[in-house]
Design a protein around this ligand. Structure first.
Ligand code: FES
Length: 76
């Protein structure tokens, strides 16, 4: 499993995107289809950006507000 202990922070362009929820994508924060190759039960999360948006995307797999970060990576 390739989860990371901190969120991906950056700009996501306007539009609807498939964000990686399995932790295995080589193109984070976007899904690259790796969940299918690994057999992960976690499939991509749809995220709609109404405009170009600065976001923090969960990379630890524990957010209660997935696909966005809620700070869960900071809690033990
Ligand atoms: S590659 Fe992770 S959800 Fe698709």
């Amino acid at each position: 499993m390739a989860y990371e202990p901190r969120p991906w922070v950056g700009t996501i362009p306007e539009g609807t995107h498939r964000l990686c929820a399995c932790g295995e994508s080589a193109n984070k924060p976007y899904c690259d289809g790796s969940h299918g190759r690994t057999g992960s039960a976690r499939t991509p999360a749809l995220f709609k950006a109404e405009a170009d948006s600065q976001v923090a995307v969960c990379q630890c797999g524990r957010s209660g507000n997935a696909p966005l970060c809620d700070g869960s990576h900071q809690r033990a």
